[in-house]
Design a protein around this ligand. Sequence first.
Ligand SMILES: NC(=O)c1ccc[n+]([C@@H]2O[C@H](COP(=O)([O-])OP(=O)(O)OC[C@H]3O[C@@H](n4cnc5c(N)ncnc54)[C@H](O)[C@@H]3O)[C@@H](O)[C@H]2O)c1
Length: 255
Amino acid sequence: MNYRNALNYEGKVVLITGAAGSIGEGMVKGFAECGATVIAIDRDLESAENVISELGDLKRDSMAIAIDVTDAETVKKQVDVIYDKYGKIDVLMNHAGMNIRKPAVEFSEEEWNKISDTNLKGIFLMAQAVGKKMIQQGFGNIVNTASVSAARGHCNLAPYAATKGGIVQLTKVLAHEWAPYGIRVNAIGPGYVMTNQTRHYLDDPVKYNELISKIPMARFGEVEEMVGPALFLCSELAGYITGHTLYIEGGRLID
Ligand SMILES: NC(=O)c1ccc[n+]([C@@H]2O[C@H](COP(=O)([O-])OP(=O)(O)OC[C@H]3O[C@@H](n4cnc5c(N)ncnc54)[C@H](O)[C@@H]3O)[C@@H](O)[C@H]2O)c1
């Protein structure tokens, strides 16, 4: 093992879904900075293209591609296109997700289906399509994005928590089935992350203090602090780790 070089992703082809989102954009930048060729996948193609063009000199052969991860046909077709173009897939950062917060009794069936299709079916379809290629090539790393909600019964997150808990279990099954093919499958479980969607909590000190009072490190995480663990899990440094969910939550789950 060359520890010093372990986060060098030069020559690696890395697929990132949800690439146009707050954390996804950070993932694209992080993997590109480490030398990877990144395929930025999102249903919002224009924003994903912006993320790629902002890479500047780090762009290399990176590109953006439109995939709605809930659409099995598109997922399969576009993964074929990517595999044919690049000849391999080293990493899938399976990251696209969505959330609606409200009491369980208020969710419509349509809302349940949307969250469940995006967060659970979408993660499975991407993992399945890419997993087939990785089995064929005999190597690969998949990291699925779960959440601390997978491990706690926080209110107002019924469908979201159910899907994120499902991701933790799905990660274990895929890790077990695909270990013989040289594929590792892990998950990350972010806590509150400081993004454009959560920054507004800073404007409400009472709410913000209430939230961070439950976090031993007494702050939200930064996007970069989600990227580092993902880079680690997909690297040789984590070569004997599979089926795990690495929670990144400033100690939120300690007690
Ligand atoms: N932000 C947080 O505090 C936090 C905490 C825990 C977990 N997470 C997880 O991290 C991931 C990203 O979160 P974020 O805050 O960056 O969210 P975000 O809303 O900023 O980004 C999500 C991205 O996913 C894309 N997307 C949604 N549905 C899609 C679909 N069907 N097909 C393709 N792309 C789709 C969106 O277009 C968007 O670009 C999610 O899985 C989320 O559940 C976030």
